[in-house]
Design a protein around this ligand. Structure first.
Ligand SMILES: C[S@@+](CC[C@H](N)C(=O)[O-])C[C@H]1O[C@@H](n2cnc3c(N)ncnc32)[C@H](O)[C@@H]1O
Length: 212
């Protein structure tokens, strides 16, 4: 038998406990992304064999940080973490903010296919987004540095709300580089949470800060 390249990764045993009774929806999303993600330019070919461990679980681990209410996700792309969070937390309304038309089309049709009635998709860049009601929390993953993200996203969050940015291992360097911007945006309670030890191959680091 020839080796099958880019085969979809088997579901890790840690997936079902993370999603609870939403696991079947997470399975459908993962299968849809594996089937169509590369062709639609949503994920690279190397990502299919590690969809669960590097992407789906990495995002699901953030779900317990959400509070009931409205959470934005800037630069959702394929739906990471926005759609994953909407699956894991049906009690939270997710507002996905993404400028690219093809990605917006995917997010809208995938949310409908998955039966997610807790998702709104806005086609815009964060800096041009205008909301009638500010968000309670806002996430972003792999969008830009803290120095660029904070000024364009903090104004979308209500006073007392939170920014939750998924970041790589150099997050502290980014925080140091953004010190002035963090002060100017009046963020407090700045911290880095390290999540997923023993659950995912690489831990997830979350920059969390309160918007005053
Ligand atoms: C590298 S992709 C990451 C997508 C997804 N968050 C993930 O982790 O796979 C960056 C995404 O951010 C979007 N983006 C870039 N600048 C943005 C901005 N200023 N406002 C909103 N989205 C932005 C891009 O269109 C793209 O979909």
């Amino acid at each position: 038998m020839p080796e099958v390249e880019n085969a979809v990764e088997a579901e890790p045993s840690t997936a079902a406990p993370l999603f609870g009774d939403r696991i079947d929806v997470a399975r459908q999303y993962t299968a849809d992304l594996a089937r169509r993600g590369e062709e639609l330019g949503l994920i690279g070919p190397l990502e299919v064999p590690r969809l669960w461990s590097r992407h789906i679980l990495n995002c699901a681990i953030v779900a317990p940080l959400l509070r009931p209410g409205r959470t934005g996700d800037v630069g959702s792309g394929a739906g990471l973490p926005g759609l994953v969070l909407a699956i894991a937390r049906p009690d939270v309304h997710l507002v996905l903010i993404e400028p690219m038309e093809r990605r917006v089309d995917w997010l809208i049709s995938e949310a409908a296919d998955l039966g997610l009635d807790n998702v709104t998709v806005i086609r815009a860049r964060s800096e041009e987004t205008r909301l009638d009601v500010p968000l309670d929390q806002l996430t972003a993953r792999a969008v830009s540095s803290l120095s660029k993200l904070i000024p364009t996203t903090a104004p979308l969050v209500r006073s007392g709300g939170e920014l939750l940015f998924m970041k790589g291992s150099r997050v502290q360097d980014e925080i140091d580089a953004a010190a002035k911007i963090i002060r100017k945006a009046r963020l407090s309670n700045v911290e880095v949470l390290v999540l997923g030890e023993g659950v995912v191959p690489e831990v997830t680091r979350v920059f969390r800060a309160t918007v005053d």
